[in-house]
Design a protein around this ligand. Structure first.
Ligand code: FEO
Length: 176
């Protein structure tokens, strides 16, 4: 059985993962109407799907432990962006906020002596190392590219490879 503080914190995390999924869906939709950003578009559609998986894992866990997982109302995310660079800056900021939230949850699980939840959260701790690392790497690459159109073309072409290299074990399969 989950304690009240743990249940509340997990439900807050469910909302955060849902919000992440929405935010990345909006980035995918923005990228899709820009000329030539097919790779970035696919990247964010996939990223949005992954965040939904993160949310679902939490929902199933809360209910399995005798709690009640609350499906949250969501505010509209940013839907337009000044540039591709801004999109990826927001992606990194978002992932850093998620990491912080997961760390707080892990701390709370220890405080409440909820070792099952502590154990469950370790998957999210590893996932956040990957996600943040990937977001940082993509920001670094865009910094190098600057406004060079040829560079942006190659970035878009290679973005899925960057993702594969960031996680040789395969990110989607590790979500199960
Ligand atoms: Fe589920 Fe990217 O945080």
């Amino acid at each position: 059985m989950l304690t009240q503080p743990i249940q509340q914190a997990l439900n807050k995390q469910i909302a955060m993962e849902a919000q992440s999924s929405q935010a990345y869906l909006a980035m995918a939709s923005w990228a899709e109407i820009q000329p030539g950003l097919d790779g970035v578009t696919n990247f964010f559609y996939q990223q949005s799907d992954e965040e939904r998986v993160h949310m679902l894992k939490l929902i199933r866990y809360v209910n399995e432990r005798g709690g009640f997982a609350v499906v949250p109302a969501l505010p509209q995310p940013n839907i337009t962006f000044q540039s591709l660079k801004r999109v990826f800056e927001e992606f990194l900021r978002h992932e850093m906020a998620v990491s912080e939230s997961i760390n707080e949850l892990v701390g709370l699980a220890l405080q409440e002596k909820d070792f099952a939840t502590h154990n469950f959260l370790q998957w999210y701790v590893s996932e956040q190392i990957e996600e943040e690392g990937l977001a940082r790497m993509l920001n670094d690459k865009l910094e190098l590219v600057g406004d060079d159109k040829g560079g942006i073309y190659l970035f878009d072409k290679d973005i899925m490879l960057f993702r594969a290299n960031a996680s040789p074990s395969g990110r989607v399969s590790s979500a199960g």
